[in-house]
Design a protein around this ligand. Structure first.
Ligand code: PSU
Ligand code: MN
Length: 322
């Protein structure tokens, strides 16, 4: 009965939201699902690593027993569950600079103008929530930029984590940010933040295992994470959850090395007057250039690592929801 009601609800939504058949079945039948974003494909990683990552991350989720839902806008249509073809097409448009980067404020414009859109964490959380997906895995969170006290550049990701009940599994806020301020902002917005590891383990810094900033909470495994999500959702808190997974030692980069490179890239961005939604993609590509691709390799590896944890959390959560 509940499954039927749910699939009717999905049908009604599918007038505005396109959900693949496989995902409609998975969601109605309580098969675990993990959402994946697409800004990382269109603005975060260079070609061809972006397509390789997008296909690999789906495989990791399937191998772990969950169904992947890559989310994006194709010709203005919000889509949950891209085909391989659509992922490749989107990357193609991105190479030509023809894809919009879509957070909450960009959604209506993207639909109204039939644009291609890569969804950020903010955009992906919104569409995942509309489709009934509770867990979402990615690389790194947007946050409060360094110097935000002057520029007011604070990622829309943080607002979304305060108002949409989706669990984001990532390797912490991007190292290019002010991580301390990002944590403050998330507290104000009411987002639960926990880092995997024993008590006292700090928030990771995307490329690095330890940002030096204290994590509000810690958790041991997927089961612990699922219990937290379940508790918040049952109460109808309607705010998000951020689960940080330190990148494995074998792929993490050295703190001092990364910091030096970030300072260099930030200074260049400043000189060129790059700001707004262009800033994060610019910094990531500069860092990739300076490290001769090492940062890209690390980035891909921890996305895959996060996806595995995301699939495990989705499975545990489904167990609790049965
Ligand atoms: N994770 C990555 N690479 C990325 C991103 C995440 O490994 O490029 C994207 C996410 O989509 C995130 C966005 O929401 O960067 C943040 O952009 P901004 O700082 O402009 O809000
Ligand atoms: Mn911004």
């Amino acid at each position: 009965m509940i499954a039927r009601q749910f699939s009717q609800l999905l049908k009604r939504k599918s007038h505005t939201l396109s959900i693949s058949n496989e995902l409609q079945h998975a969601l109605a039948g309580k098969t675990p699902v993990v959402a994946l974003e697409s800004t990382i494909i269109t603005h975060g990683l260079p070609f061809p690593q972006n397509v390789e990552m997008a296909l690999q991350v789906e495989k990791v989720i399937r191998d772990a027993g969950a169904v992947p839902a890559t989310i994006a806008f194709i010709n203005g249509k919000p889509k949950v569950g891209l085909t391989i073809n659509e992922i490749e097409q989107l990357a193609d448009y991105a190479t030509r600079g023809d894809v919009n980067k879509v957070s909450r404020r960009d959604i209506a414009y993207t639909i109204g103008n039939n644009l291609q859109g890569g969804t950020t964490i903010s955009g992906t959380m919104i569409l995942a929530h509309l489709a009934g997906i509770k867990v979402f895995a990615t690389g790194g969170l947007g946050g409060v930029h360094r110097g935000a006290e002057v520029t007011m550049d604070v990622s829309a990701d943080l607002e979304e984590l305060g108002r949409t009940p989706v669990a984001v599994v990532c390797a912490g806020p991007k190292a290019i940010l002010d991580i301390e301020k990002t944590m403050e902002y998330l507290e104000t917005k009411g987002c639960m933040v926990a880092t995997m590891g024993s008590r006292g383990v700090n928030v990771p810094g995307f490329y690095t295992r330890d940002s030096g900033v204290k994590s509000p909470y810690n958790f041991n495994d997927a089961k612990d994470a699922a219990k937290i999500i379940h508790a918040g959702n049952k109460l109808g808190l309607n705010s998000g959850y951020l689960f940080c997974i330190p990148p494995p030692e074998s792929i993490a980069l050295d703190d001092a090395y990364v910091e030096r490179i970030i300072l260099k890239a930030s200074q260049k961005a400043n000189e060129l007057g790059i700001k707004g939604k262009e800033l994060t993609p610019y910094l990531l590509s500069e860092i990739a250039k300076i490290t001769a691709g090492i940062s890209v390799k690390t980035n891909v590896e921890f996305v895959l690592n996060n996806a595995k944890v995301g699939a495990d959390i989705a499975k545990e959560l489904n167990g609790l929801n049965q």
